[in-house]
Design a protein around this ligand. Structure first.
Ligand code: AMP
Length: 419
């Protein structure tokens, strides 16, 4: 079904054409009519599915149907977990609303930057406010914004907001909204906490599930390279150089790990930048735009910072460390293989991460190919418990040896049988 059959107004259809979208994605097919009809929505969808347009287009359609007063109260509130996602959602809303007359005003507010300019920008009134919960509460406390005319509330990446401890802030914000309103909740996973939040928030919601992202990966080749923890940086450099990867997103589990890896890569002239919560907003934005522009070859990110980053058609994603929560693996690799393009998701898995790898496989419902690279094989490492057993001598490097599936290798039976 084409976009033109979904009931969206002409100015929105023109914006869709400008964006170059030819057909609605599965979530858009389901969400757009539901939101246009005023329903609440409970959507299992994550970044990469086209969910932003799925809610932004029908919301803009509804907003532009009736007049607003001169003082422009906030009529749509979109809460997101991170600054990056807030900025991207704000950009999308502005882009999709570009041809509406009169123009709707969209503002984005998030923490980590000065509050005063945000207060100034809110002064003239805004129609659509995209915010992270903590900063929004600060602005409310300073009387910079009122929420008593909100018609539609969107909770984007609700699971991540709860993971980040925003539940109390969210509840406080919800308490300030009019009782009668439309609620749209997007979440990649549905934990008990999400279920609790949705009860009492959503009224007879239309439920939408886009299975695509958990199985995301039909077009994504997933490989786990079994290796030693200490050899991961070297292995990553080898992969980047030998495959001539030009744009690769690497996930580490800690901010320090991200910094250390970035330094190592830069030292050997692989241009890299880190993005994580300790970096200033300016540093994060410039790292991201440098990466998008191809000036930075490797973007090293932690899960929280990378959440919601939209980089079109990323060919390679590397899990330098596997995430603690298996669902994060799905989020991470959702950044490659978009729109049917092929992508590669590589995980560097050391002995102590094998259990995490199995959890991921359980979640995605299929095994991940295990391989080893000659010269970087997983050594026979015992669990980190004294006394350490003697290590087997490292096999000699042989760079002429190509990738070797783990099943064929015979040098390290103990390590392999444990994976
Ligand atoms: P989202 O899941 O909202 O973060 O969107 C992921 C990416 O898909 C963004 O780059 C959008 O611009 C793009 N996109 C959204 N809808 C469509 C569509 N119908 N056709 C092609 N690309 C789309």
């Amino acid at each position: 079904m084409p976009f033109s059959k979904l009931g969206l107004s002409d100015p929105l259809l023109r914006a869709i054409a400008d964006a170059g979208y030819s057909t609605p994605s599965p979530i858009q097919l389901q969400a757009i009519p539901a939101v246009l009809n005023g329903h609440d929505l409970l959507a299992a969808a994550q970044t990469g599915t086209g969910k932003t347009a799925g809610f932004a287009l029908p919301i803009l359609h509804r907003l532009s149907q009736h007049n607003y007063g001169a003082n422009r109260p906030v009529r749509v509130l979109i809460l997101t977990p991170t600054r990056e996602l807030a900025a991207q959602v704000g950009e999308s809303v502005s882009k999709y609303g570009a041809h509406l007359h009169p123009r709707l005003k969209t503002e984005v507010v998030f923490g980590g930057v000065k509050i005063n300019p945000q207060m100034m920008r809110l002064r003239g009134g805004v129609d659509v406010l995209v915010a992270t919960p903590g900063r929004l509460l600060d602005l409310i406390n300073q009387n910079a914004v009122k929420l008593d005319k909100v018609e539609t509330l969107v909770l984007d990446e609700a699971d991540r907001m709860l993971d980040m401890g925003f539940i109390r802030d969210i509840r406080k914000i919800i308490a300030l909204l009019p009782k009668k309103r439309q609620n749209l909740l997007f979440s990649a996973t549905f934990s008990e906490d999400i279920r609790k939040l949705t009860t009492g928030l959503l009224v007879n919601p239309i439920k939408i599930e886009v299975a695509a992202r958990n199985t995301a990966a039909e077009t994504v080749e997933q490989i786990a390279y079994l290796c030693n923890k200490a050899g991961k940086a070297e292995l990553l450099c080898h992969l980047i150089k030998s495959n001539d990867w030009q744009q690769v997103l690497v996930f580490t589990s800690t901010k320090h790990g991200a910094n250390r890896l970035t330094e190592k890569l830069n030292k050997i002239n692989i241009k890299a930048a880190a993005i994580h919560g300790n970096k200033s907003q300016g540093a994060r934005t410039s790292a991201l735009s440098g990466f998008k522009a191809g000036e930075i070859r490797v973007l090293v990110a932690t899960d929280v910072a990378a959440r919601g980053i939209d980089i079109a058609l990323l060919p390679h994603v590397v899990n330098y460390e596997l995430p603690r929560a298996p669902a994060d693996y799905v989020h991470r690799i959702g950044r490659t293989g978009r729109a049917g393009e092929e992508g590669q998701a590589i995980s560097l898995v050391s002995h102590d991460e094998v259990a995490a790898l199995r959890m991921v496989e359980k979640l995605i419902g299929k095994p991940i190919k295990r391989e080893q690279i000659a010269g970087f094989e997983a050594a026979e490492v015992a669990p980190p418990m004294p006394p350490e057993p003697p290590r087997a001598p490292r096999p000699p490097r042989n760079s002429s040896q190509a990738r070797k599936p783990s099943g064929n290798a015979s040098k390290k039976p103990r390590a392999r049988s444990s994976v």
